[in-house]
Design a protein around this ligand. Structure first.
Ligand SMILES: Cc1cc2nc3c(=O)[nH]c(=O)nc-3n(C[C@H](O)[C@H](O)[C@H](O)COP(=O)(O)OP(=O)(O)OC[C@H]3O[C@@H](n4cnc5c(N)ncnc54)[C@H](O)[C@@H]3O)c2cc1C
Ligand SMILES: *[C@@H]1O[C@H](CO)[C@@H](O)[C@H](O)[C@H]1NC(C)=O
Ligand SMILES: *[C@@H]1O[C@H](CO)[C@@H](O)[C@H](O)[C@H]1NC(C)=O
Ligand SMILES: *[C@@H]1O[C@H](CO)[C@@H](O)[C@H](O)[C@H]1NC(C)=O
Ligand SMILES: *[C@@H]1O[C@H](CO)[C@@H](O)[C@H](O)[C@H]1NC(C)=O
Ligand SMILES: *[C@@H]1O[C@H](CO)[C@@H](O)[C@H](O)[C@H]1NC(C)=O
Ligand SMILES: *[C@@H]1O[C@H](CO)[C@@H](O)[C@H](O)[C@H]1NC(C)=O
Ligand SMILES: *[C@@H]1O[C@H](CO)[C@@H](O)[C@H](O)[C@H]1NC(C)=O
Ligand SMILES: *[C@@H]1O[C@H](CO)[C@@H](O)[C@H](O)[C@H]1NC(C)=O
Ligand SMILES: *[C@@H]1O[C@H](CO)[C@@H](O)[C@H](O)[C@H]1NC(C)=O
Ligand SMILES: *[C@@H]1O[C@H](CO)[C@@H](O)[C@H](O)[C@H]1NC(C)=O
Ligand SMILES: *[C@@H]1O[C@H](CO)[C@@H](O)[C@H](O)[C@H]1NC(C)=O
Ligand SMILES: *[C@@H]1O[C@H](CO)[C@@H](O)[C@H](O)[C@H]1NC(C)=O
Length: 640
């Protein structure tokens, strides 16, 4: 554990020493510094210039005619902290580019609170994330459409064309791929997007050893490509432009190239406060603009409110935390919550801010005592000679280990493989559970019905091999430790602060482990993490030891204590708070992402995800946005 922490701290320290100038000016960007420079009316007004918002804006303005204004709270920044791929953590460690939100104390986690990380900068999450470029399994996406019918376009087949449109796949260097045994299949990818899925020019041979070790675990598959929609152990790319070896994200892919379009405007430093409604038709957006150089703490008190009108539609893309907040501030949400905040309910939509999900992160640390292979990722922290070499080749031509962000290999495994003994009993317990009792008291019956539908779908998934529940990133170091629960059963809430709805950030409650079966699932994930390292014929030669929690943690009760002490409720993938579900299942948007009960208003971002995919969420958000752009432009018939 100490070593893992040391590694993380060292990673931050090391990477921060090796900054470089990134030569991109802002001269071509049509960024509107002042609200008075905006037009009165646009065809579309998009709230949030993040991952989804910029993708949609780019597609809608492609025709050169359709006018779009993006209203973004954050700044347009070319900071090296955002551009650099080194370590993959620099953007998120800069408070300048992050919202300052802390969760409420988590009752099942010893009342611990946790930072709620979300990007506050042009590019949103895509500007600050760890650049892991992954998508879920086919079953993850088929599950979405099935909440509506067996013929929905929200399915793996329906989304695959949009996964392809979303990213430009640039294959790994052939020699690196051969040395590390990286397989890929370009059939699952496209090559037209301005957002790149690239590969570092270096891999530690130890990462390949970590991958190969899973051949000693029964039932583990090795899909041919990370985009194949299959669980297993595989290599995956990085959100990186291989030409610049810098972060490739919504700003570089969907704003910079389009910035020359006179029909694409971006207003920065502008915080949307409300959707303008005439009756139940969305007609525009109200926002306040930050005075130049104001910090967020003195933002609202000095800012002037302004409005802009949308001729056709308003698109809400403020992300999983802020899209529900803006709907609620606009009078669209649970009636009781709005009443408590003195907001007149325009549409009583109980699902807004409910169904909140994120991927819990878990810790179980192991170390290979006899891991003498060189180089390993540990050399980046503990070997000065290697570090010097790495820094030198990076300085010369941006090659070498510094071109690695968070890494490119991981295990994504289904529950029967993780828990041959218990998967059936956990699934049966979930199917038989009193589902409504797992939700906050007073939850609307439609929301409870939707939760029940989700849990029944998960009970099926727990029994089969089509959905990944277990994730561990393969670091290429002697120590390993971070695991992810890919399908949490608990559901939280994101609601306006009724004491100060407009001024305060929303109240974020993960309600982590509120469904006790999450503890049962996580216990099996942690037991598997132990056995896959400690009882594996292919790792025995490395003399593994368990650092955390320690071999004396064995019974269900031991694990439950350890889980309450250590689980993090977030992997920074907030989702589900404006769920695409039928209205009678507590949904907020329909299959065209239109808000129920309101005309000319869609939500397009991570908040529409009904059930999390078993993967980090950025690639999925890009695909959702690409599909939404077609739905907006062409309607549902041609929108496949
Ligand atoms: C630290 C971190 C690490 C991550 N690592 C990975 C990873 O390695 N791989 C991966 O696939 N995913 C990762 N993710 C998740 C992924 O980046 C997000 O799921 C995705 O970017 C969300 O896209 P979005 O469009 O829903 O929201 P965002 O991209 O967050 O966009 C929302 C935008 O709306 C703006 N906004 C919010 N409120 C307002 C308002 N009132 N007015 C105006 N603008 C507003 C925000 O400033 C932001 O720009 C990570 C996320 C974080 C935060
Ligand atoms: C958590 O906080 C609640 C409310 O303040 C309190 O009742 C409870 O005892 C606390 N639990 C722990 C473990 O501290
Ligand atoms: C969808 O198909 C399954 C069987 O594949 C069936 O059990 C279910 O009832 C169908 N759902 C709907 C809404 O038609
Ligand atoms: C892009 O993909 C298409 C279809 O797979 C392929 O025919 C073409 O050669 C690719 N172009 C490049 C530059 O890779
Ligand atoms: C390399 O990958 C191939 C295909 O997945 C597999 O058959 C082979 O065993 C792997 N080799 C090693 C050394 O892991
Ligand atoms: C899932 O995979 C495991 C391991 O290969 C196998 O034993 C089991 O039968 C599979 N289950 C299903 C439902 O296919
Ligand atoms: C912007 O558009 C003008 C006119 O169409 C063109 O001459 C110019 O080259 C474009 N600039 C960029 C950076 O694309
Ligand atoms: C904002 O800060 C920048 C950089 O510090 C400075 O150049 C600029 O003049 C400031 N603008 C205002 C209006 O204070
Ligand atoms: C905002 O707050 C900072 C720090 O408290 C202060 O220096 C600055 O003058 C304030 N700006 C405005 C516009 O009020
Ligand atoms: C440190 O790195 C150098 C250069 O790559 C290598 O020769 C040496 O074996 C490494 N030392 C250890 C202890 O691995
Ligand atoms: C990068 O520079 C290093 C050190 O000069 C050199 O060995 C390597 O071949 C270069 N790689 C590329 C792809 O140019
Ligand atoms: C709501 O209205 C009541 C009664 O006028 C008042 O006491 C309360 O402070 C108001 N709350 C907010 C958040 O404005
Ligand atoms: C395991 O051993 C450690 C160290 O001796 C101790 O702190 C911990 O309480 C023990 N845990 C259990 C479940 O026995």
């Amino acid at each position: 554990m100490n070593r893992c922490l040391a590694v993380t701290v060292a990673a931050l320290a090391l990477t921060s020493q090796v900054c470089y100038a990134y030569p991109r000016g802002l001269s071509t960007a049509r960024v509107l510094a002042r609200a008075q420079d905006a037009e009165d009316t646009y065809d579309y007004v998009i709230v949030g210039g993040g991952t989804a918002g910029l993708t949609i804006a780019d597609r809608l303005t492609e025709d050169g005619k359709t006018t779009v204004l993006v209203v973004e709270y954050g700044e347009l920044s070319s900071s090296p902290l955002i551009q650099t791929v080194q370590g993959g953590f620099m953007g998120m460690s800069s408070p300048q580019f992050m919202y300052d939100i802390t969760s409420v104390p988590q009752a099942n986690l010893r009342n611990r609170t946790t930072p709620v990380l979300a990007g506050k900068v042009v590019g949103g999450g895509s500007a600050v994330n760890a650049m892991m470029t992954v998508r879920g399994t086919a079953e993850d996406y088929d599950r979405w459409g099935r909440f509506f019918s067996n013929h929905s376009e929200w399915s793996w087949d329906g989304l695959l064309p949009y996964f392809k449109r979303a990213l430009h796949f640039a294959p790994p260097d052939a020699a690196v791929a051969r040395a590390a045994n990286i397989t890929y299949d370009a059939a699952f990818w496209g090559n037209t997007s301005g957002v790149y899925a690239g590969w570092p020019s270096f891999q530690f041979p130890t990462t390949a050893l970590h991958v190969a070790a899973f051949r000693g675990v029964p039932g583990v598959e090795f899909p041919p490509d990370s985009g194949a929609g299959e669980p297993g152990v595989y290599w995956f790319p990085t959100f990186m432009d291989p030409h610049t070896v810098a972060r490739s994200y919504a700003r570089t892919g969907h704003y910079d190239p389009a910035a020359n379009r006179s029909n694409y405007h971006l207003l920065t430093g502008a915080k949307a406060t409300r959707i303008l409604l005439e009756g139940t038709t969305a007609t525009g957006v109200a926002f306040v603009q930050t005075p130049a150089n104001a910090t967020s703490s003195n933002f609202t008190s000095t800012a002037l409110p302004t409005v802009v009108r949308a001729r056709k539609e308003v698109v809400l893309s403020a992300g999983g935390i802020h899209s529900p907040q803006i709907l609620q501030l606009s009078g669209i949400g649970p009636r009781k919550l709005l009443a408590a905040a003195n907001i007149t309910a325009i549409v009583d939509l109980p699902g807004v801010g409910m169904n909140f999900q994120d991927h819990p992160m878990l810790t179980a640390a192991f170390m290979y005592q006899n891991f003498s292979v060189h180089p390993s990722s540990d050399d980046m922290f503990f070997n000065a000679t290697f570090q010097t070499w790495a820094a030198d080749v990076w300085a010369v031509n941006r090659t070498g280990p510094f071109s690695i962000a968070t890494g490119n290999a991981a295990a994504w495994l289904p529950f029967p493989v993780v828990s041959p003994q218990r998967h059936a009993s956990v699934a049966a317990a979930l199917a038989a559970q009193d589902h409504a009792a797992q939700l906050p008291a007073g939850t609307d019956a439609t929301v409870a019905a939707g939760y029940r539908a989700q849990m029944l779908a998960y009970a099926t998934a727990l029994r089969n091999n089509g959905t990944a529940f277990y994730n561990s990133v393969l670091s290429g170091g002697a120590a390993s430790g971070v695991l992810v629960d890919l399908h949490p059963l608990s559901r939280g809430t994101v609601h306006i602060d009724t004491a100060d709805p407009l001024g305060a950030e929303p109240v974020v409650d993960y309600r982590a482990l509120s469904n006790p079966l999450d503890v049962a699932v996580i216990t099996e994930l942690l037991r598997f993490a132990r056995s896959s390292v400690m009882d594996n014929p292919l790792t025995a030669g490395f003399a593994p030891v368990e650092l955390v929690p320690g071999a004396n943690v064995t019974s269900d009760a031991d694990w439950a204590e350890y889980i309450a002490d250590t689980v993090s409720p977030t992997e920074f993938h907030p989702a589900g708070t404006c769920a695409m579900m039928p209205r009678e299942l507590g949904g907020v948007v329909d299959e065209q992402l239109r808000v129920y009960g309101v005309s000319n208003l869609r939500v397009v971002d991570a908040s529409i995800i009904p059930t999390l995919p078993g993967a980090n969420t950025c690639q999925t958000v890009y695909a959702i946005a690409e599909k939404a752009a077609d739905l907006i432009r062409y309607g549902p018939k041609n929108g496949v």
